[in-house]
Design a protein around this ligand. Structure first.
Ligand code: SME
Length: 158
């Protein structure tokens, strides 16, 4: 494993292209889910300087805070609540350009302006959690992020 991330690329796509093999290298040979999720959060946050990157995991029919990087966050989210709980309930990737316009958005940090949440599936196609990323800029996320973040989730073999 490389000791430091090599950050390269100008466009968002180029950056994800260069990040993907580095995340692959980080998780190769490590089977522990928490360790791999933790390093993935650190890599994404460092690479893109997002405000917050983290996982919420389904436990007893709630989303419970898992590995993350960024400001402290709420620990439990009910199904259908907030962006995370809505992504889980609808089994959809949700991109929010302006969190103030999302009804029921849960504001863990007042600095959060836009957000993307992706459901995470196990091999039985059940949702076992979500990946949540917050930006301190409006409109940070689009289908390019959705596409590459889904590929990153696949690398984790959760
Ligand atoms: N904003 C999220 C809550 C989690 S924090 O962003 C870390 C939501 O509305 O579900």
């Amino acid at each position: 494993m490389a000791e430091e991330l090599q950050i390269s690329g100008h466009s968002k796509e180029e950056k994800y292209h260069s990040l993907l093999p580095q995340i692959q290298a980080l998780v190769d040979g490590e089977v522990d889910m928490v360790a791999n999720m933790a390093n993935t959060c650190a890599a994404l946050k460092q690479y893109f300087q997002f405000l917050w990157v983290g996982f919420y995991l389904v436990k007893e029919n709630q989303l419970v805070l898992g590995p993350f990087q960024g400001p402290i966050a709420c620990t439990r989210i009910h199904k259908g609540k907030g962006v995370c709980g809505t992504s889980w309930a609808k089994a959809e990737v949700i991109i929010v350009d302006d969190v103030e316009q999302f009804p029921g958005h849960i504001a863990c940090s007042l600095s959060s302006k836009s957000e993307i949440v992706l459901p995470i599936y196990n091999s039985s196609k059940e949702i076992i959690g979500v990946l949540d990323i917050d930006s301190d800029q409006l409109g940070s996320f689009d289908l390019i992020d959705a596409n590459y973040l889904q590929q990153i989730i696949q690398l984790l073999k959760l």
